[in-house]
Design a protein around this ligand. Structure first.
Ligand code: SF4
Length: 344
């Protein structure tokens, strides 16, 4: 028979967290800037991938003031490869708001944090509990998975109703101090023990005696999966125009997917070689020869780009594009992974 989830659950989890927490660069202190940057980076990205990005970001922009004053190109470059670039744009807006509206000091309550651009329920809860010791939950996918297994709850973990319910129930379980250890204990449990892929490690779980799924051997049935919407597929023809040691790029529009980033010229259709050469001429580029074609599919959250790229040597630089050598493309120009593939 499982134990009822009460304050003893909280102590078991926080005690386990203190003994087993991973040593991560953003866990060295409780500075809200550090916690905030790491939480935004960790959205949709693995801890191991974030580590280096975080260290580099902190070296370049050590505090909220430096972030508020940073140029967009610098930010995009620091973020290059992490994807979902609106995250860093919103961070910049939030840093400006902290500087201009809060005298350079982070708001210390949930509502104040929540009012900043790009800070949603989860991030506000994480910062408020970890940095300001407030009894507010931070409910992400890890926490929802743990909760649904503990309670054998078949609710829709993608929906707001379930999130709200979990958030309210967890709030009741928060300790009176060191609230951040409870928040991070739940997240850490989901990352290390009650894992998303494969069998959870119930034998090593500090809260298994509270878990209905462990008792009934049903952990893999939770959270209940619902049918995913099919991703939209977009065909693209990409042009790698090479003139001397330079390649042509252009800036993307400042709204929409990968806004403001750079790209190799491209069109939203699959072209054969003859049409690709004609398209190049329409842009005022004079192709000398078409060297090869490379195909690559890049998957975003809601859309898949099925790309075919033509490498062409061209004669003129006198056209609408910006020309940059490989070194500049790697170091100075924010080129998203979807296009960087062709460079590499
Ligand atoms: Fe997850 Fe198993 Fe722990 Fe339950 S006992 S919370 S299923 S790891």
């Amino acid at each position: 028979m499982t134990k009822a989830i009460d304050q003893t659950f909280t102590s078991a989890l926080t005690g386990w967290y203190r003994q087993n927490r991973r040593d991560l660069p953003w866990r060295q202190d409780k500075d809200p800037y550090h916690v905030w940057v790491s939480e935004i980076m960790l959205q949709q990205t693995r801890v191991e991938a974030v580590r280096e990005y975080y260290i580099r970001f902190m070296k370049a922009l050590p505090d909220v003031q430096a972030l508020a004053e940073a140029e967009e190109q610098t930010l995009l470059k620091l973020w290059q490869g992490l994807g979902y670039y609106n995250r860093v744009r919103n961070m910049h807006k939030a840093a400006v708001a902290v500087k201009e509206e809060h005298g350079g000091v982070f708001p210390y309550d949930y509502e104040g944090l929540r009012s900043l651009p790009g800070i949603g329920d989860y991030t506000a809860g994480a910062i408020a509990s970890i940095c300001f010791d407030q009894r507010v939950a931070a409910v992400d996918g890890n926490v929802l998975r743990v909760y649904s297994r503990l309670n054998e709850d078949a609710g829709d973990v993608k929906g707001t109703v379930m999130k709200k319910k979990v958030s309210l129930e967890l709030q009741e379980l928060y300790p009176s101090e060191d609230c951040g250890d409870f928040t991070q204990g739940l997240i850490e449990l989901g990352a290390l023990i009650c894992v998303p892929a494969g069998q959870p490690r119930c034998g090593s779980c500090p809260v298994s005696q509270y878990c209905k799924a462990a008792e009934n051997g049903t952990a893999l049935l939770y959270p209940v999966k619902r049918e995913k919407k099919q991703r939209k597929k977009v065909q693209k023809t990409v042009f790698l125009f090479q003139c001397g040691d330079k390649l042509a790029v252009e800036q993307r529009p400042d709204t929409g997917l990968l806004a403001g980033m750079y790209q190799f010229p491209n069109v939203d259709e699959a072209m054969d070689a003859a049409d690709a050469v004609r398209q190049a001429e329409l842009w005022g580029v004079c192709p000398r020869d078409l060297q090869r074609r490379v195909d690559y599919t890049h998957v975003f959250t809601h859309v898949e780009w099925e790309m075919q790229a033509y490498y062409m040597t061209v004669e003129c630089e006198d056209c609408r594009f910006i020309w940059a050598n490989r070194d500049q493309l790697k170091k100075d120009i924010p080129l998203p992974s979807a296009f960087r593939y062709f460079l590499e």
